[in-house]
Write a protein of this length. Structure first.
Length: 261
């Protein structure tokens, strides 16, 4: 859903007096899409990753993780997330477990295509290699967040809550889980996303007394049958980072895991 469609939906479902507050919740994200000739490419899904010579392919005691995506940060447009403007992030996920890994490599690190580990080759666990492009999209909080913080303790009648529910149903039917960088996460089971960034007008408005809890989303990757990528029952893989680690450009403690229906 593009921004114009979101505002049209807002106008028809959200009371006018709440429009300024709702606009504060909107954050731009990048919908990551399969690229083709003529697109601006920012990386690739699947295939073999590029890692430093001798670097151990990520995994755990159950085996190695699948390579999900590699993104060239220098090719991205500016986002409020404040990622580095150079280097690469490479994401791995474990379809046989629940976890994964996100690695950051600066531009001065020499990378080379890395052979598939024996266990992944034996189990034929390799996502299809597809170039990646993007489109900028508006992202919004979950329905539960909007109910709690947008409506808050205001004296709203039942029709307002019903209109907000209808708004969320329509928005997320068009925008529910997809490959995305930045913005609000589309969480299937949890409500962990901090969402609002520190020192912003939105944070000060909705959280005047204390900052919101939780990490922020770097990226999420949906079930994608064209890539051969699946996370349980139509699940999504999430990459979350603590806000202080993000400020420090420390990507050694990114939480990577997936949820499903």
């Amino acid at each position: 859903m593009v921004e114009a469609d979101l505002y049209a939906l807002m106008s028809s479902h959200i009371p006018e007096e709440l429009h300024p507050d709702f606009r504060l919740t909107i954050r731009e994200g990048l919908r990551l899409r399969h690229g083709s000739q003529g697109d601006k490419l920012i990386g690739y899904f699947g295939g073999l990753p590029e890692l430093p010579d001798g670097f151990e392919w990520p995994g755990d005691d159950r085996g190695h993780y699948e390579h999900v995506a590699t993104i060239d940060l220098a090719r991205l447009p500016a986002l409020d997330l404040g990622l580095p403007t150079s280097g690469r992030i490479t994401v791995f996920g474990d379809t046989g477990g629940w976890s994964g890994a996100l690695l950051y490599f600066a531009d001065d690190v020499v990378l080379q295509k890395t052979a598939l580990p024996e266990d992944l080759e034996r189990q034929n666990r390799l996502f299809r290699h597809v170039p990646m492009t993007y489109v900028t999209v508006p992202t919004i909080p979950s329905r539960q967040w909007l109910e709690e913080y947008l409506l808050g303790d205001g004296d709203h009648d039942d029709s307002v809550h019903e209109r907000l529910e209808s708004f969320a149903d329509i928005f997320f039917s068009h925008s529910s889980s997809w490959h995305q960088l930045g913005g609000w996460a589309t969480e299937i089971q949890g409500e962990r996303d901090r969402g609002l960034l520190p020192d912003t007008t939105a944070e000060r408005h909705f959280f005047p007394d204390y900052p919101p809890l939780g990490p922020v989303l770097i990226a999420q990757f949906d079930t994608d049958h064209e890539l051969g990528m699946g996370w349980g029952d139509f699940g999504t893989l999430y990459c979350f980072i603590d806000i202080e680690h993000l400020k420090a450009r420390d990507f050694t403690n990114v939480e990577v895991y997936w949820e499903s229906y």
